[in-house]
Design a protein around this ligand. Structure first.
Ligand code: ATP
Length: 308
């Protein structure tokens, strides 16, 4: 018997006045997997997630969470679904982390151990400090703990590592990995594409409220034309003659000053064209490497295209 999806979004449309935030989106989130929802600012991620959380009503279309209607069946879903809102929104500002988590834990039948959770998220020293006095990153961690304390079957994490320092970000990644190991379904939105590439089993890219593409990070980065040659050289090279020499399907750009990428179908001829252009222009291509494009490269290209 196939496992029912954790979340099913079917033809979702959500408008705010004249703005269509979500425009006929259909997405399926597998049970027990980490699914990352990616897209530029204003793409409709938060609106989609908030509709799944039951905070918003679809204009048209249908949303099912653990097989239930997030608004009609909210009482049944509340103990089974963890929600982390951006920047700790919705938490009581006067409570300390320990007090808040203990209170939330009591609302659930099998809560996590609050002391362990607080230590685990590096909040031990600040457990009694009112949330409004915590730093943004600390509040963010309390919000994550609040979403997890009830041992949910499904968690929605809205930009869980935004504003976190590198240590806190890594411990959050470990925690998300553990959730997946425990069979919890995770839906996360993030602007850190490498975070999605590392953590997600399934990536959904949306723009203008519509699906751009979806698949595993491997699927999204292993299509034909997903190879890349990277090399270093002097900054601000004039790439027009290289562009003219390469096949039309190849894309060449300076990613950061002095760091270049040629993307497309990389074959020995393309490599030879590049090295010959370098020789003609007296450029020593440093660290020249043929590899696969990153999810970030794919994301940038697809969302650039959808912006056009
Ligand atoms: N409450 C609201 N009232 C009016 N317009 C809204 C409201 N919430 C969102 N929007 C608009 O809907 C569109 C989608 O916004 P949404 O917050 O869902 O995008 P997002 O992908 O989560 O963006 P970000 O990455 O910046 O968080 C945007 O154009 C936004 O301005």
């Amino acid at each position: 018997m196939s496992v029912p999806p954790a979340v099913e979004v079917d033809g979702l449309v959500k408008r705010y006045g004249t703005t269509t935030a979500v425009d006929g989106l259909s997405v399926r989130v597998d049970s027990g997997a980490v699914t990352a929802l990616l897209g530029p600012n204003g793409a409709g991620k938060t609106t989609t997630v908030e509709t799944c959380e039951g905070f918003r009503e679809p204009d048209t279309g249908r949303v099912r969470v653990l097989g239930l209607d997030p608004r009609r069946d909210s009482a049944e879903l509340r103990p089974r679904v963890g929600v982390m809102l951006q920047e700790g929104a919705g938490l009581y500002p006067g409570a300390g982390a320990r007090e808040l988590l203990t209170h939330l834990g009591r609302l659930h039948r099998h809560p996590l151990d609050v002391d362990r959770l607080v230590e685990r998220l590096g909040l031990g020293g600040t457990g009694r400090t009112p949330l409004r006095r915590l730093s943004g990153g600390q509040r963010q961690r309390v919000a994550l703990a609040a979403a997890l304390v009830g041992r949910p079957e499904l968690v929605f994490l809205d930009e869980p590592t935004a504003g976190l320092d590198p240590h806190a970000r890594h411990s959050t990644w470990d925690l998300i990995g553990e959730l997946r190991g425990d069979g919890v379904s995770v839906v996360l939105t993030t602007h850190l594409i490498d975070e999605a590439e590392q953590l997600a089993d399934h990536v959904v890219i949306i723009d203008h409220g519509r699906l751009v593409t979806e698949g595993s990070p491997e699927e999204l980065t292993s299509g034909p034309g997903d190879d890349v040659i990277s090399f270093g050289g002097p900054p601000r090279l004039d790439l027009s003659t290289l562009r003219a020499a390469l096949p039309e399907s190849a894309d060449v750009r300076e990613v950061t000053p002095g760091s270049y990428q040629v993307a497309g179908v990389v074959d020995p001829h393309l490599l030879a064209t590049l090295t010959s252009w370098c020789a003609t222009n007296d450029i020593l291509a440093e660290g020249l490497q043929v590899g696969r494009r990153s999810l970030e490269d794919v994301y940038l290209e697809l969302t650039r295209r959808s912006a056009r």
